[in-house]
Design a protein around this ligand. Structure first.
Ligand code: ATP
Length: 235
């Protein structure tokens, strides 16, 4: 029987050289959940996403995923195990078309529900623009390509860093409208979101980070506005 906890992180410290960016992070995600990570600039949200996929140095951490231990493993192996990251700023391949970017995401041929056709059904505008250079798309459409590229790896868990930052409200709405279809397909999600109300609307559970530490955790219904403000701003 698969473990209910898809991801279980205990006691994660993360470093950039001598600088410690995360302190004793413990966090879990159950299968089918959408988690939101909220917090102000420099709280450590992106570092946490990178730590999960092995892109920053961690110490002491236990990072259990689908029953196996990820800490210390190389990123490529972590992707093979079933975690895909949509990085902050999207990092599309600028010289490639929309479709070529998506196909790069599928290069591991991990089995699962996602294919070009399903990604185009999720974000129909990408089907229309599939032969265009990715750089000709709006920021929001590029975010759809970045999410689609991650889904093409058929991950069990997709991490989306700064989902809505700098994007037009209408496209943010479209991306959020698509998220339930992602989890319905069996892909759990962790989203990093500076827009707290957006995060609370979509997530099963929320973690707030400040100064590299978790300052609040709970279901949206259990968290008061005052508690969130205190955890977010420290006032
Ligand atoms: P933002 O919304 O601004 O991206 P964040 O919550 O994602 O904020 P991080 O980017 O994780 O925060 O940064 C956490 C801390 O780590 C900050 O103090 C930041 O200055 C530091 N930091 C981030 N990246 C690096 C790096 N490559 N080298 C050194 N320090 C870094």
């Amino acid at each position: 029987m698969p473990e209910k906890r898809l991801l279980d992180i205990r006691n994660l410290d993360a470093f950039y050289g001598a600088f410690q960016a995360l302190f004793g992070i413990s966090l879990y995600a159950e299968r089918g959940e959408t988690l939101a990570i909220i917090g102000a600039n420099s709280a450590g949200k992106s570092t946490l996403m990178k730590a999960i996929v092995g892109l920053v140095t961690t110490r002491n951490a236990e990072i259990r995923f689908a029953g196996g231990e990820l800490a210390g493993r190389p990123t490529q192996q972590i992707v093979r195990e079933g975690i895909a990251l949509v990085p902050e700023g999207r990092r599309l391949f600028r010289s490639l078309s929309v479709e070529e970017n998506l196909l790069v995401g599928g290069h591991l041929h991990r089995p699962g529900p996602w294919s070009l056709a399903n990604v185009y059904d999720l974000f129909p505008v990408l089907r229309e623009k599939r032969h265009q250079p990715s750089t000709s798309l709006s920021g929001g459409q590029q975010q759809m390509v970045a999410i689609g590229r991650a889904l093409m790896a058929n991950p069990d868990l997709v991490l989306i860093d700064e989902l809505s930052l700098g994007l037009a409200p209408i496209v943010i709405r479209d991306i959020y409208a698509a998220l339930p279809r992602v989890t319905a397909a069996g892909t759990s999600a962790i989203i990093v979101e500076q827009d707290t109300s957006q995060a609370l609307a979509v997530a099963n559970r929320v973690y707030c980070l400040r100064g590299g530490r978790i300052t609040l955790e709970g279901t949206p219904a259990s968290l008061t506005r005052d508690a969130i403000s205190a955890a977010y701003f420290g006032v």
